[in-house]
Design a protein around this ligand. Structure first.
Ligand code: XMP
Length: 312
């Protein structure tokens, strides 16, 4: 049996033997949790409910895309709009680790409510190896508390099952391809746009960053049509720094956004992408033309290490 098929079989066995009662699955729409949703459905069918929580910190079109995918794989699913709750919990918070913990806790609170209603006893999560290694699960220091590890409350009322915990990103991609899942879903962090909004997170800032993100994603896909030659991750960060600019003949005082593009194979280390200037020039013009609140665009030239991929 080839490695991919063996992994699928092992994951299904793991789910079948460790699933207590009914299970609830945290699907963020990213590659990891989408793979987990499909594998869980293959292993346990409707005993598992895939839940997508709209935190208000997801990308444009994400909900529509996720729902389409859930439907096409005939998953048992629910989509819940909890955005008000997340924004309220984040009022006045700018510390990155506190943000992650609050988001993690709010996630779990919402899940626990849905799980109770559904009668689930197990929580399945798409945690993969870099998540727990970098969350202090090994001898290394805590680098970031990834929401699906560090944010868990001490007393959880659900049994935790993490069938992907030994996988690295490139393996997740291989398995997703094998299962004919979209291979070009770029990784998206659990805490969503919150870790790309430096400083306090508000709905207004999330709306702004959503617009910028769409422009960056659209531009990168046009520039790199072949998913195999595309940077691993490409996104924008909204900075709390305002600066002076000119729109037409008017002086403006607007936001700064940073574009981040990274080449890596496993997200553990990587180098910043070196696209051509014309592409960056166009991207910058599109952002400042389409999003009037932004008047300055910078490009992040930091590799990992020393920088992490996400800014927070
Ligand atoms: P960093 O920023 O630590 O990111 O270099 C490595 C990879 O992990 C993603 N990432 C996350 N994924 N929950 C996740 O499921 C998280 O909280 C989280 N934080 C970062 C990041 O986008 C990159 O692909």
């Amino acid at each position: 049996m080839v490695k991919v098929e063996k992994f699928i079989q092992d994951a299904k066995d793991d789910i079948v033997s460790n699933l207590h009662g009914k299970g609830i699955l945290a699907c963020s729409g990213g590659q990891d949790s989408t793979l987990l949703a499909v594998l869980s459905n293959m292993a346990a069918g409707d005993r598992i409910l895939s839940v997508f929580i709209d935190t208000g910190l997801v990308r444009e079109d994400e909900i529509h895309r996720v729902e389409k995918l859930f439907k096409s794989y005939s998953l048992n699913y629910r989509i819940i709009d909890a955005s008000e709750r997340f924004f309220k919990a984040l009022i006045g918070v700018s510390d990155p680790e506190t943000k992650r913990k609050i988001i993690g806790k709010t996630f779990i609170d919402v899940f626990e409510e849905v799980a109770k209603e559904y009668g689930a006893e197990t929580l399945l999560q798409g945690t993969i190896a870099p998540d727990w290694i970098e969350s202090g699960g090994s001898v290394r220091d805590v680098i970031k508390s990834h929401h699906n590890v560090g944010g868990l409350p001490e007393q959880m009322n659900l049994k935790l099952l993490e069938p992907l915990r030994d996988l690295y990103k490139d393996e997740v991609r291989d398995i997703s391809r094998f299962l004919k899942l979209p291979a070009d879903i770029q990784p998206f962090p659990g805490p969503g746009l919150a870790v790309r909004i430096i400083g306090e997170v508000t709905r207004e800032k999330a709306d702004l960053l959503r617009k910028i993100t769409t422009i960056v994603e659209r531009g990168v896909v046009q520039q790199y049509p072949d998913p195999d030659n595309r940077p691993w991750q490409y996104f924008a960060v909204l900075l709390p720094v305002k600066s002076t600019g000119i729109h037409g003949d008017r002086r403006t005082y607007g936001y700064t956004t940073a574009i981040r593009m990274i080449d890596t194979t496993d997200a553990m280390s990587g180098t910043f992408t070196k696209p051509d200037w014309e592409f960056l020039d166009n991207l910058s013009s599109e952002i400042t033309n389409e999003v009037r609140e932004v008047n300055r665009v910078v490009y992040d030239i930091t590799s990992k290490p020393p920088g992490t991929i996400e800014w927070e």
